[in-house]
Design a protein around this ligand. Structure first.
Ligand SMILES: Nc1ncnc2c1ncn2[C@@H]1O[C@H](COP(=O)(O)OP(=O)(O)OP(=O)(O)O)[C@@H](O)[C@H]1O
Length: 267
């Protein structure tokens, strides 16, 4: 039986063949949160370097956002011990988020927006051609459902994307990997996993609800996640209601007047 590492590497390889994520000569900034997925990504990309017939390099970057108790020395010690080229950047976005977000509301959206801007700058500074993020298959599936159920959009997560400011290319090498495999791999490899609740913010409640819905559906059909992943790669534009695909223009008109609450607020 294939080892977990072989399974995960095969999925990275398939994603790479399908979406052209990693190319000869790339210098990739591997964004490390300290969570299980980005540790796995860093480890697997190094293994991947050994098996592909071309050269690319990686530099691990962690942004220490100033969350109280963030064990930055644990990350540093692991990166040094494993001999990964790395950079740890300190910017206290935590104080900004605490100041701007009312008590009781989730910090995640502003926190990640601020983080993204800083990481884009660091990638340019380090001369990196790409930024690798540790999102996986289950992040994609949940996002696909969240966007449909709450944002009136048929949209998931791109495996490869030019950043909004045009300076960076984001890649998601784990996009075909299952979260449970990554979790098991993190335990197997004893990565120094840091929890993501240091800021005291709660998990996005809608995401929790979508996970619950998926778990419920899986009780009667264990293949629902696989089907949703397949759906994201099997689009039939002629059977949707987006008039822009037939030459129309307006976003609301495109949706045939079927507009989610958030879209109405924005309109
Ligand atoms: N502080 C950070 N510094 C660098 N990269 C980060 C940081 N936080 C998140 N990222 C990147 O963004 C990706 C998605 O972030 P998110 O917060 O959803 O992940 P997570 O669940 O906390 O951690 P992980 O995905 O590593 O398990 C991470 O996989 C990582 O690549």
């Amino acid at each position: 039986m294939a080892s977990l590492q072989q399974t995960l590497l095969r999925q990275i390889s398939r994603a790479n063949r399908r979406f052209g994520l990693i190319e000869p000569g790339d210098r990739i900034m591997v964004a490390i949160s300290g969570g299980k997925d980005s540790w796995a990504m860093l480890h697997l990309l190094r293994e991947y370097q050994r098996v592909v017939p071309f050269a690319f390099s990686c530099v691990a970057v962690n942004l220490d956002q100033g969350h109280p108790g963030f064990p930055v020395e644990v990350l540093r010690a692991y990166l040094e011990r494993e001999g990964h080229e790395h950079r740890i950047v300190h910017v206290d976005t935590y104080s900004v988020v605490k100041r701007e977000i009312p008590a009781g509301k989730a910090y995640c959206s502003l926190c990640s927006r601020l983080r993204r801007g800083i990481l884009y700058d660091v990638a340019v500074e380090l001369g990196c051609s790409k930024i690798a993020l540790g999102h996986h298959r289950d992040d994609l599936i949940e996002t696909l459902l969240l966007n449909q159920l709450y944002a009136g959009q048929l949209k998931a997560m791109a495996p490869r994307l030019r950043s909004d400011d045009g300076r960076n290319t984001l890649i998601r090498p784990l996009i075909l990997c299952e979260e449970r495999d990554l979790a098991a791999f993190a335990v197997e490899q004893q990565f120094p996993v840091v929890p993501c609740d240091l800021c005291g913010s709660q998990d996005n409640l809608r995401r929790v609800e979508v996970r619950r819905l998926l778990a419920h559906l899986e009780q009667t059909n264990p293949d629902v996640r696989r089907s949703l992943l397949a759906a994201a790669g099997n689009v039939k534009p002629s059977h949707l209601l987006d008039a822009r695909l037939q030459g129309g223009e307006d976003e609301v008109e495109a949706a045939g007047g079927l507009v989610a609450p958030q879209m109405l607020v924005r309109a």
